[in-house]
Design a protein around this ligand. Sequence first.
Ligand code: FUL
Length: 483
Amino acid sequence: MKISKIIIFLIALIQISCSETTPPEPFGAIPSQRQQEWHKMKYYAFIHFSPNTFTNKEWGYGDESPADFNPTELDCRQWARVAKEAGMEGIIITAKHHDGFCLWPSAFTEHSIKNSPWKDGKGDILRELRNACDEYGLKLGVYLSPWDRNHEAYGTPEYIDYYRNQLRELLTNYGEIFEVWFDGANGGDGYYGGSNEIRKIDNKTYYDWPNTRKIVRELQPMAAMFSDGGPDIRWVGNERGYANETNWSTINGGNLYPGVGGVNKQLQNGDEDGDTWLPAEVDVSIRPGWFYHEEQDSLVKSVDQLVDIWLHSVGMNSNLLLNLPPDRRGLIHQNDVARLMEFKAYRDRAFSVDLTDGASINASNVRGKSSKFSPDLVLDDSAETYWSTKDEITSASLEIHFGKTVEMNTILIQENIALGQRVKSFSVEALMGKEYVEITSGTTIGNRRIVQFEKTASSIVRINIEAKACPVISNLEVYLTPN
Ligand code: FUL
């Protein structure tokens, strides 16, 4: 009897010590493998290019002639080189915008480059871009507008077959696609094969999204689908380049679909405790328009504006999809190129010296007192390793000792989101004399949070975290960025 009690006691002891050194259980909705791959990205280009470039419109009516589409120096290698040199990781192209014109020689319509003067109708921009992306080590994504103001059958079930056939072409013939963009816009009126009328559809039911999505999963299982309702990435609820300070990657996704309308606030915030992992992507143009307009050559966003957008997108738990519209030559305009390179140079300067290099760190609690969850792991180069606390501890802090007084104004923090988004709020304090003084604070962290504050000189910084479950922090960096 006594021996069996001892054995039970020993087993319980082993269980307790194991549970303290095993990783925390995932908390709430978590990202799929496909979403985790997408989260590893930060910054990629959007290319808006169509007859609009030549007719000076934003939304072509659908009656444009393919003869209008005649770039004189089209060079997808220039786009890819610029994107690469700008530090981008991929390019998403409007294979078909709302005007219905196709940048690849689709077998299902005559409204494409095959009837344009460009390369005597024998060209294929998707093919050229694929090759250019491969040459420069970039990923390729496609935007295929559901709304088609050219197609005569738009509004009937026949058009859905057409749309799906085009999706199949794009997802079969152009190698690996990392993202498929489903735009929700629908203005009603259009050419529609010469009918010139308003055609209203029910955004929720007309496209039969569940079956359209299946095609993407079947042909490109790792492609992330973007729309107001994902299913992999959500719109951020505005086109200004700003994610919300509080940005949950979780949302109650049941009623969301492309063009849902009336939910911008929800899309900006996400939902704390939302049942679905659906992170936000920020899409914004480097110019006022999505398409190239000569009169906007002087309105390319400044480096300051781009830095602000960076801090509000990449720095607020989102990825940044920055639009670079090719001009009528078919090149990214020199003003845009110059600005992109200045912006890249700024980032290289700002984020080159991580002040935590050589610093030491301790935590208010370490899970199982184990080196597997040590605070040192937030300062290593691995995104996989992380600091964590025991399960019951949801308020905890990290203290960075720089070993000397350093000047700083920026902090970057990352959660290990594979285990769910946990942090609700945080504050940063610096030791000033004998007292800790708060220098900044914030709400959610998620995949990546960058916060700027007044330049502060101190030798110790403390980060206090309030989480919904034991925190899992994978990375911490501190910088002095130029103003
Ligand atoms: C919107 C479209 O209507 C714009 O033309 C542009 O493509 C933008 C990215 O999405 O919904």
